[in-house]
Ligand binder design. Structure first.
Ligand code: ATP
Ligand code: MG
Length: 431
């Protein structure tokens, strides 16, 4: 009987060392920008009670109705692997009463999210999001800060070929009148809508505007615009947001069809779209959610936030940039038992000074070890044999460019090795 190989789950992938350097660089760059704006990290569990998501994101949304990883725990309770970050952040915000300590909270998160979707390029079942939430202000300044932060974050990673789209969904005061107008328009075109949209028309008509099917897009092209129905307050808010963005030089387009796929949004919504990903082109998106904190059982706290899909951003970056360079490395080659011990000790000592050292762990012939040093991209090879042990020196070989070709080796006293390496690596940096 043949044993069947166990593979990773469809839509969930390993991120191997060749890729993790990209992720680490991206996370570093994001952390720097977030710190500049005063955002602090929050980490919430991957599992939450199912009700948290179904209530906040909305029963009728794609995420809740067909994309969640939900299962029954051993005690019978229904748990769900988080499909997005905002609901969990708001739950934690309420649970720990963060509003009491600080009227305004600036939070960010980064981690895996789970949605049972059809896997394809830029779409996975486990994917990674970085998001930021600004809780405690209803002022348009908060919307502007969030949008500005979103564009800055994505730009700092290196993705600048993006366009910003914004819209306003109004509030509970003005949206019903718009919804009525939209429904009567859509009824007139029901024959051209897909089956999903026929259902949406009854349960959540705004969501029809979000459908990506050609026939539905054609219908929604001439649909009435929410911005024409905004109440005075919502209209003033939207105007201030636009003014703020213009002042910051963040150019944008108003996209009347952008309603976003989650029920908790009100007023401003926004999306950052990249060129070059086909239909999987949204790299970051968000909006204002003034009712969510109360809905999850907290006080009335207005808020605004965004989330960005890091997998997609990396796909785009890798089309343009070369791999992040790793720092120069010293490779330790030894020959003979005494040298082997000396090498162990020396490698450890050099590392403690902050220089990256890789020691050959297979020994064997000098030639074989040198080959491996070359393959691993060593900048300097430190060689220790019987002669070196006897004279308390090491031989150092420069593996870069011309120096490598000219079989030149330098003899350096053991106690000067760290100093020698530091000086030569500094020289490298100065170039
Ligand atoms: P889409 O319209 O592409 O399905 P969405 O509206 O469902 O996106 P959000 O819930 O707003 O996406 O999540 C924010 C970002 O997370 C998206 O813009 C996208 O970059 C990323 N994202 C969402 N779902 C996935 C997924 N299955 N795989 C990879 N990235 C994703
Ligand atoms: Mg989606």
């Amino acid at each position: 009987m043949s044993k069947q190989n166990i593979k990773a789950i469809r839509g969930m992938r390993d991120i191997l060392p060749g890729q993790t350097s990209w992720w680490q660089r991206m996370e570093r760059q994001l952390a720097e920008v977030l710190a500049l704006y005063g955002y602090r990290e929050i980490r919430t569990p991957i599992l939450e009670n199912t009700a948290l998501f179904s209530r906040s994101i909305g029963e009728q949304t794609d995420i809740v109705s067909k994309e969640m990883y939900t299962f029954t725990d051993r005690d019978g309770s229904s748990l769900t692997m988080r499909p997005e970050g905002t609901a969990s952040v708001v739950r934690a915000f309420v649970e720990h009463n963060l509003a009491r300590a600080e009227p305004v909270n600036r939070l960010f998160y980064l981690g895996p999210m789970f949605r049972h979707e059809r896997p394809q390029k830029g779409r996975y079942r486990q994917f990674y999001q970085m998001g930021a939430e600004l809780l405690g202000s209803a002022d348009p300044a908060a919307d502007v800060e969030l949008v500005d932060l979103m564009v800055e974050c994505i730009g700092s990673i290196g993705l600048r070929d993006t366009s910003l789209q914004i819209n306003s969904l109004g509030c509970d005061e003005c949206r019903p009148a718009y919804r009525e107008k939209l429904v009567s328009y859509l009824h007139g075109h029901e024959g051209s809508l897909c089956d999903d949209c026929k259902r949406r028309l009854r349960v959540n008509p705004l969501r029809v505007l979000d459908c990506k099917k050609d026939s539905c897009v054609a219908v929604s092209q001439d649909a009435p615009h929410m911005v024409d129905f905004l109440c005075d307050e919502c209209s003033g808010h939207f105007e201030s947001v636009r003014l703020g963005l213009e002042t910051l030089g963040r150019s944008f387009e108003v996209n009347h069809r952008m309603v976003r796929g989650l029920d908790y949004y009100s007023r401003t919504t926004f999306e950052l779209v990249a060129k070059g990903l086909g239909s999987q082109n949204a790299v970051a998106a968000g909006g204002r959610y003034d009712g969510l904190v109360e809905q999850i059982g907290g006080p009335k706290v207005p808020a605004v936030g965004f989330a960005s899909g890091l997998d997609r951003i990396l796909l785009l970056l890798q089309q343009e940039l070369k791999e992040p360079e790793s720092m120069p490395v010293v490779y330790m080659v030894t020959h003979g038992d005494d040298a082997w011990l000396k090498g162990l000790e020396l490698a450890s000592r050099v590392r403690k000074t902050g220089i990256k050292v890789m020691a050959d762990v297979r020994r064997g012939s000098l030639k074989a070890q040198m080959k491996r040093a070359d393959k691993d991209g060593a900048r300097f090879v430190v060689l220790i044999g019987d002669d070196e042990v006897a004279s308390s020196t090491v031989s150092v070989k420069d593996m870069a460019g011309e120096a490598k070709a000219g079989e030149k080796q330098m003899s350096v006293p053991v106690d000067q090795l760290v100093h020698w390496l530091k000086t030569n690596l500094e020289k490298e940096k100065a170039k």
